[in-house]
Design a protein around this ligand. Structure first.
Ligand code: ACO
Ligand code: HSE
Length: 339
């Protein structure tokens, strides 16, 4: 069930600006037990939302990893998103209009801070399990570093402890594409849709990698038009598909939060910061992921004391964490049984 937490207290951001208030859209599944020991907190990726049962269907249900008959599962929409939590598409109370381009830059730390307020509001001080995927993994790692006692067990999948030059390069290419759109900067949620479509096309290359493309978009041997490739309309279609559900300002602010990610910042570096995590930790990498390649997850696992690394076999590269939900369900169930 989708719910909202609203706080009228000003919310300070790392950039120095303050949001006058904060709303967080979240879903819960199942019931909190008497001693509040059955909470699983799920942190979603870039363009998903708080409805984990919708975007990760093979993991939610009786007998599955996220089992609402046993656990109280919380998934909250991230700060800056357009799916209900305060972001560029929300109304700025000072103007009565959507924030659009005037919404301040938010960091992963701001996102975690917002979710910490929601946890407090729900009376949750300890999580049985924390699950973070991709950009949600950035937040989960950050939360565990700021508050190592928050979770007994954590799983980080297809993610990293800081923004790599490789990720920042994709992000920068997207911003460059978006800014060539003459409607970029207009105070409208319909601004820069063409730029956003191009940005999604760029990002998708990093999400799918060569194997997935060559498998799903292969052309017939005898094409009527030598210049046509099936993948051309796929890239166009995927751009449009994102534009139909996202606005450019939310997209840019969320990507920029990824640029800000570095759990070692101001904490004596990554190695020092990651040493603080003392939960039972499972790190899952995807063998074909080119955005967060296996070596990156190996490095993460090496730096978290006592953590365990699993590499999931998938042809779908980074997006494997969404597409292979049933496989991940198996891996996470095995992890739970082995503890
Ligand atoms: C309110 C909401 O909808 S929120 C959405 C939730 N979002 C999330 O969960 C997180 C983000 N999600 C994603 O990134 C994606 O949805 C994924 C990774 C889970 C799956 O990606 P998809 O786009 O569904 O899969 P895939 O890459 O196989 O593309 C299939 C689509 O491309 C179309 N397609 C495939 N090849 C081509 C082509 N050559 N030319 C044109 N279209 C093509 C298919 O017809 C299909 O269209 P449809 O989505 O209208 O059914
Ligand atoms: N396909 C995912 C990739 C980000 O991890 C999304 O759009 O959220």
């Amino acid at each position: 069930m989708k719910q909202f937490f609203h706080s009228d207290a000003p919310f300070s951001l790392e950039c120095g600006e303050t949001l006058p208030s904060l709303s967080i859209a979240f879903h819960t599944y199942g019931s909190l037990n008497e001693d509040r020991s059955n909470v699983i907190w799920v942190m979603h990726g870039l363009t998903a939302n708080s409805d984990v049962a919708d975007w990760w269907p093979g993991t939610v249900g009786e007998g599955l990893f996220l089992d609402p008959s046993k656990y109280f599962i919380v998934c909250a929409n991230m700060l800056g998103s357009c799916y209900g939590t305060t972001g560029p598409s929300s109304i700025n109370p000072a103007t009565g209009e959507p924030w659009c381009d005037s919404f301040p830059r938010v960091t992963i730390r701001d996102m975690v801070h917002a979710h910490q307020l929601l946890a407090k509001h729900l009376g949750i001080t300890r999580l049985h399990e924390m699950i973070g995927v991709s950009l949600g993994g950035f937040q989960a790692i950050e939360w565990m570093v700021t508050d190592p006692q928050i979770a007994e067990n954590v799983m980080f999948c297809a993610t990293d402890s800081s923004c790599s030059p490789w990720l920042a390069a994709f992000n920068q290419s997207m911003y460059m594409a978006i800014k060539t759109d003459p409607t970029w900067g207009l105070h409208s949620l319909d601004a820069a849709k063409k730029g956003l479509a191009t940005a999604r096309s760029i990002a998708l290359i990093s999400y799918r990698g060569p194997f997935a493309y060559n498998m799903s978009q292969r052309d017939p041997e005898e094409k009527p038009d030598p210049f046509f490739h099936r993948v051309q309309t796929y890239q166009e279609y995927q751009g449009k598909k994102l534009c139909d559900r996202f606005d450019v300002y939310s997209y840019v602010r969320i990507c920029q939060s990824g640029d800000s990610h570095d759990v070692g910042r101001g904490r004596g570096g990554l190695e020092n910061a990651l040493k603080r995590i003392n939960a039972n930790t499972l790190v899952i990498g995807i063998n074909s992921d080119i955005l967060f390649p296996p070596a990156c997850l190996e490095e993460l696992a090496k730096r978290i004391p006592g953590s365990r690394l699993e590499l999931m076999d998938s042809k779908f590269a980074h997006d494997g964490f969404l597409i292979e939900h049933e496989k991940l369900n198996e891996i996470m169930l095995r992890w739970r049984e082995s503890r």
